[in-house]
Design a protein around this ligand. Sequence first.
Ligand code: FPP
Length: 230
Amino acid sequence: MHVAIIMDGNGRWAMQRGLPRTAGHAHGAKAVRRAVESAVRHGIQTLTLYAFSSDNWARPRAEVTALMRLFRRYLMAETQLCVERGVRINAIGRRDRLSAALLRVLERSEQLTEHCSKLHLRIAIDYSAQHSILEAARRGPADQRHWRTLLDEVNHSALPAGDVDLLIRTGGEQRLSDFLLWESAYAELYFSESLWPEFDEKGFAAALADYNGRQRRYGALVTEQGGNPR
Ligand code: FPP
């Protein structure tokens, strides 16, 4: 099962407490840790987290810098734990605009967790679904390969992640914000009112329970035997 999360609400969480937005992101990193643990516990195969969209470059420079530093710190602090838990780390998105320092740490995390197979944790940094699709289309005709493979290549996805089954967005808003548009063609959408820093094991379990109660038809009719057409 592939779960994808749009982690929204860090800024509001901080503002409610009279803290700078960057404090919200720091607490958001703790929620990332919890989400990874929850995903392992629930036997999820793939978890894709939207950490930084290509449009987020438009945020104030100080916030962008703080976020990039947070990603680097998270990777430095969590990689060993991921190895122990069988979590393979992979970033998706553009790499050409990331700092050399972040890229170095990221590539190290990817290499150290390459053999891990319990959970594939994909962190979307400088990611835009539209950009990925356009890039894949641009490359496509030259070698006639399958779209999905091309998208994985564009996104530097070491493992083919397949379609999203459940897409969660926290923070109360209900939009896709250029996240995994191709892969979410038949994703079940779940919107949580919780702000990301407060999203916890209970919230994760509630989203999964909701998903498990859905009937997925992929545009077909439900068969008499029940079950998903795919
Ligand atoms: C959206 O909240 C969140 C982001 C743009 C950043 C997401 C980053 C993290 C959760 C930090 C840690 C991530 C990793 C992978 C270690 P917002 O700032 O738009 O919140 P708002 O809508 O309340 O302003």
